[in-house]
Ligand binder design. Sequence first.
Ligand SMILES: Cc1ncc(COP(=O)(O)OP(=O)(O)O)c(N)n1
Ligand SMILES: Cc1ncsc1CCOP(=O)(O)O
Ligand SMILES: [Mg+2]
Length: 414
Amino acid sequence: MLPSTGIVKTLCQSLKEFPVQALVVDPVMVSTSGHTLAGPSILDSFREELLPMADIVTPNLKEASALLGGVPLETIADMRSAAKAIHDIGPRNVLVNGGDLPASLDAVDVFYDGNDFYEFHSSRIMTPNTHGTGCTLASTVAAELAKGSQMLSAVKVAKRYVEAVLSYSKNIAIGGGCQGPMDHLLKLKSNVERRPFDPCDLFLYAVTDSRMNKKWGRSIVDAVKAAIEGGASIIQLREKEVETGDFLEAAKACLKICRVHGVPLLINDRIDVALASDADGVHIGQSDMPAHVARALLGPDKIIGVSCKTPEHAQQAWIDGADYIGSGGVYPTNTKENNKTIGLDGLKTVCVSSKLPVVAIGGIGMSNAQAVMRLGVPNLKGVAVVSALFDRECVMTETRKLLEVLKESTKIAK
Ligand SMILES: Cc1ncc(COP(=O)(O)OP(=O)(O)O)c(N)n1
Ligand SMILES: Cc1ncsc1CCOP(=O)(O)O
Ligand SMILES: [Mg+2]
């Protein structure tokens, strides 16, 4: 809070004398609760001195409006115009925080870097405990920049963190006021059984298939058990031919096994089944609902994977808040009909352009897994396989053998 022109001037002078690596300006003027925290007299010094020095400025709607002379901001289009107009004042980047946007179901923030606009959507968490959301957002951006992140990544992490903290603190009751605080220590205190997604989980990604399990006479649960015993690091239930009720029961049973072993369980396509079973996340394709809608439905903590064949898909998945992408088919496969093969070159192109970790899929097995893993791109974290594990008599043995091949490939790469 910079409540007087004198203080703003002193700060700017000090910043010139002692330059900082990244300057994040949260132009604190009006709190989310509507309280005025700094008067209009400081607006000129903000505009003339502080904002032009900023790497990013993070106003809420009321602050953005005040910086622009009181223009009404009521739509996402207004937020975009405001972000651009504030950028013209001089900061390198602008993040307009739209938590207070009237008539909006999602909480939408607009980020502008002088070239491109990005919209960050997250579900609106219904809670009176919103005190400190703006400060938390700006401070998290600063912390991420200090850790060496790029601006867009820092903003993205901050947005997700605020959403997670709001969700975590939504029911705490402190004091008698109408608006409560956020509890930032969720990572230290939360006693959730599910651990956060680790990209290394993608190393040996076992994807089930109802037809194959039927052919070999085993249940989904037995297939999952065997894959975990063989060393699969993440499981996806890709059950295209199973009735919804049976799918849900199988997902719940598999989840119990996965939780015991600390292996994440994702559901292919079916966000309803993922929600109903409390699975760890979903894997969705390009023709499913957009990942930002899935994120709004599933919340910040669930894992979302998106199938991507092109750099454009990968960029969108990242903007939409996905956690990883699945890229393929790398090699021809009979498991998925009419699926375009992108080859190792296509996989490499997607990986290089992706800010998210990648798992390769399609026709991968013992004979070619090393070639995939040796592509030499750091964000390629593993292989996802269906038939090489499940269209075989002994799922556990095949999983073990593939795990050895994958481990060997990392040794050689080193
Ligand atoms: C890890 C992983 N990557 C890609 C896919 C393919 O998903 P999609 O394109 O939606 O096709 P279907 O699997 O639904 O037929 C996947 N399932 N898993
Ligand atoms: C689901 C999917 N998406 C792209 S290829 C593919 C099938 C992978 O199956 P397999 O490992 O048997 O080739
Ligand atoms: Mg799909």
